[in-house]
Design a protein around this ligand. Structure first.
Ligand code: ITT
Length: 209
């Protein structure tokens, strides 16, 4: 892929858009968000992260005519047998308790009420997909995981989504308090994007891009 090739990021999530820009722009990629092209997301109907990510990327590529990246991600909590997982963005809505980020994490805290830290283990998972064009038969797919646990209470700060209730295992800090470049180095999305970039670069070297 040439350094000047434009990529559309198939997301409506402002937090993800900020992080993806911070990860890819310094490497010379030119990333716009689907909103910049007037593209509205389709409903997410698949039962795997990878299928959802492919559908999002294909839709954005089809509407924009550009190469596209999509991320499908979620928070897996062991005590809840992996929930909310694929349904993380709709967790509160599916349980009729609201629809925003705060509603999602407050509902999660309620489900874990009274559990000790050792029983609150969790991980974020991100699957990132890159399509050269709408009908790309060989998407690049990469995955990243970030281990941690769910805090007893929300810690306000930066970030988005479940960051106020997710604690990074290694440093024992709330994700909402991590400096944004550090979050990008540790996080599920940061790891998935780093692996994607390696694959993009090796494809370019092998003249396959
Ligand atoms: P797009 O599909 O438009 O990208 P979305 O928010 O609907 O946006 P997903 O379907 O992938 O994205 O849902 C991901 C959910 O996991 C959503 O609730 C996010 O807030 C949450 N999430 C993902 N990465 C996160 C992170 O780094 N920090 C906190 N929460 C995160």
């Amino acid at each position: 892929m040439s350094e000047t090739q434009a990529i559309v990021f198939a997301s409506e999530n402002e937090g993800k858009i900020r992080e993806l820009n911070a990860l890819l722009t310094p490497l010379g990629y030119t990333v716009s968000s689907q909103k910049d092209h007037g593209i509205v997301s389709l409903p997410e109907t698949a039962v795997t992260f990878v299928e959802n990510a492919i559908v999002k990327a294909r839709h954005a590529s089809s509407k924009s005519g550009l190469a596209a990246i999509a991320d499908d991600s979620g928070l897996e909590v062991d005590a809840l047998k992996g929930a909310p997982g694929l349904y993380s963005s709709r967790y509160a809505k599916m349980n009729n308790t609201g629809s925003g980020d705060v509603d999602n994490y407050m509902y999660l805290l309620k489900q874990l009420d009274g559990l000790d830290e050792s029983a609150r283990t969790a991980r974020f998972r991100s699957v990132v997909v890159y399509l050269r064009h709408e009908n790309d038969p060989s998407p690049i797919i990469s995955e990243g995981v970030w281990e941690g646990h769910i805090l007893p209470q929300a810690v306000e700060g930066g970030g988005f989504g479940y960051d106020p209730v997710f604690c990074n295992h290694d440093t024992n800090e709330a994700a909402s308090l991590l400096e944004k470049n550090l979050k990008n180095r540790l996080s599920h999305r940061g790891k998935a994007v780093a692996s994607l970039v390696k694959q993009l670069e090796s494809r370019t070297t092998n003249a396959g891009a």
